[in-house]
Structure formats: structure tokens, C-alpha cells
Design a protein around this ligand. Structure first.
Ligand code: BTN
Length: 262
């Protein structure tokens, strides 16, 4: 573990109580394989809810569905939080996390990211950030969820193939952003949205998510079924975060996976 750089420590201190339980315990590393793995080990050893692990670089950062999350030094935010959610919080957790990252980026930069089901964060047609939530029930231990998020900060550090399909904060702003401020605002927004879920106010989260899902709802999407590609019009998400898609035979509920816009 390394001392917190000022660029991170100062905005976190300024965010203060807005961080709720997040970052009361904060671990900063120069380089780890994956912050989700480090946070997972800390959770197994009893780390409290809200413990945050962040790194300047990851050598084996991963995304959803086993994909790689390229994590060059200084070029992104690579962050994982330990959560110990009540059962009623879990269905909307990743929806709330994607929303919180979009809201945090907005508060820190003035950009207005959109969300794509289930939990990607986009600006225009390009992905800015992603969420990876991993749950575990250790033998004899207390269940936990590790909520990881990665935000692209500097475009130049991304490999050309990723830069071609993704965006970054510096691309969108035309200048380097204040990385620590973005982190502080994302954790503050996460604290707000997590508290909404804990209070049973998932409808607030769904409503705010819907308002940022402007290029998904009402549009044709396709996804992979068993041995076939399926297509329909995305209509809404329900109270448990499932995507509701209208097909000729009726509305289907998609609970996991990825959808593509047509
Ligand atoms: C995705 O869009 O597929 C999710 C990407 C999640 C990346 C973050 S970076 C911090 C944390 N550690 C990881 O290895 N992955 C997540």
C-alpha cells in the first residue's frame, strides 16, 4: 500500500461526510493486478462496508464477461468498494452504481454521461466507464459484494483499438480532468444512491437511471439468445433492474447479459 497522493487525498477530504461509509478506510496502490481482487481479500478478512481500494494502474484489470479492462498508469480511475448489502438492495445495485458514476462525473466535470443497461456509462456513442460487481459468500464468513468501477481519464494512454471505441474525460473536456475530484464525486454519488436503496427507495434510482438512458429506451436492441440473435424495442427497466423489451409476441424481461443497439 502507498501513501495517498494529494491529487486524491484533498478532494476526498473536501467531500467529507458526503462520502457516507465510503472511503472511511481507503487503500491506494501504485499497481495491482485488479482492485476487485485486493478488495475481495480485504472483505474476506473482515473489511467494513465502504472500504475502498484504488490503484494508479492494474496489470490484470477485468471487465464483465471475462473481458480485459486495460488499466495504464495514471490514465484512469480503477476503484473497488466493499459492500455488505441487505438482500433487498442487491437487485438494483449495479444499476445504482452505473447511475452514480454518471452523476459523479457530471458533478465533477459538467459533462452529462448517459447510462446503458445494465451499468455502462457512455458519452455520445462511446463508452467512458464500466462497473464490475462480484459477490462472494466465503465459507464461514459474511457475504459481500465488491463493486468495482473503471473510468477512462486520458485517451493517449489507451491502446488504439480501445481508443477507437471508447472515450475518456480528457477527450470530452478538451483538457485533463481533476482525477481526484471525479473520484470524490463518484463516491459521494454512490453513497447517495446506495442510501436510497437501503431506505427502500429504489424507485428514485430507477427514475434517475431512466432519465439518463435516453439513447436506449425506445430504440431497437438485439442480443444473443440460444443459437440465435433476438431483437426488440427496449421499453423500460423494471423495479428489479431487468430490461423490458417489446417483441412481436409480447414483452420479454432480460435480467443479465449485454444488448446492442441497431
Ligand atoms: C466493464 O465495463 O466490463 C466493467 C469494467 C470494470 C473495471 C473496473 S477497474 C476497477 C475494478 N477492477 C477490475 O479488475 N475491474 C474493475
Amino acid at each position: 500500500m502507498f501513501p495517498l497522493p494529494d491529487e486524491i487525498a484533498e478532494p476526498l477530504a473536501r467531500a467529507g461526510t458526503r462520502l457516507g461509509p465510503f472511503a472511511r478506510e481507503f487503500h491506494w496502490f501504485a499497481d495491482v493486478p485488479s482492485t476487485n481482487d485486493v478488495a475481495g481479500r480485504m472483505a474476506e478478512r473482515g473489511a467494513a462496508e465502504g472500504c475502498v481500494v484504488a490503484a494508479d494502474a492494474q496489470s490484470a484489470g477485468r471487465g464483465r464477461h471475462g473481458r480485459e479492462w486495460i488499466s495504464p498508469a495514471g490514465a484512469g480511475l480503477y476503484v473497488s468498494a466493499v459492500l455488505r448489502p441487505a438482500a433487498h438492495v442487491i437487485p438494483l445495485l449495479t444499476i445504482a452504481a452505473g447511475l452514480a458514476v454518471a452523476e459523479g462525473v457530471s458533478a465533477a466535470t459538467g459533462l452529462e454521461p448517459r447510462v446503458k443497461w445494465p451499468n455502462d456509462v457512455y458519452i455520445g456513442e462511446r463508452k467512458l466507464a464500466g462497473i464490475l460487481a462480484e459477490g462472494a459468500v466465503p465459507a464461514g464468513g459474511v457475504p459481500h459484494v465488491i463493486l468495482g468501477f473503471g473510468i477512462n481519464v486520458l485517451r493517449a494512454a489507451l491502446p488504439p483499438d480501445v481508443a477507437a471505441r471508447a472515450t475518456s474525460l480528457d477527450t470530452e473536456l478538451g483538457r485533463a480532468p481533476d482525477r481526484g475530484l471525479v473520484l470524490g464525486e463518484c463516491l459521494a454519488a454512490l453513497a447517495t444512491r446506495y442510501a436510497d436503496l437501503q431506505r427502500g427507495e429504489g424507485a428514485r434510482v430507477v427514475g434517475a437511471w431512466r432519465a439518463r438512458a435516453t439513447f436506449l429506451l425506445g430504440h431497437v436492441v438485439e442480443w444473443d439468445g440460444v443459437g440465435t440473435t433476438l431483437r426488440g424495442v427496449a421499453e423500460d427497466i423494471d423495479a428489479e433492474g431487468a430490461l423490458l423489451v417489446r417483441m412481436p409476441a409480447g414483452v420479454v424481461r432480460i435480467i443479465s447479459g449485454d444488448v446492442r443497439w441497431i
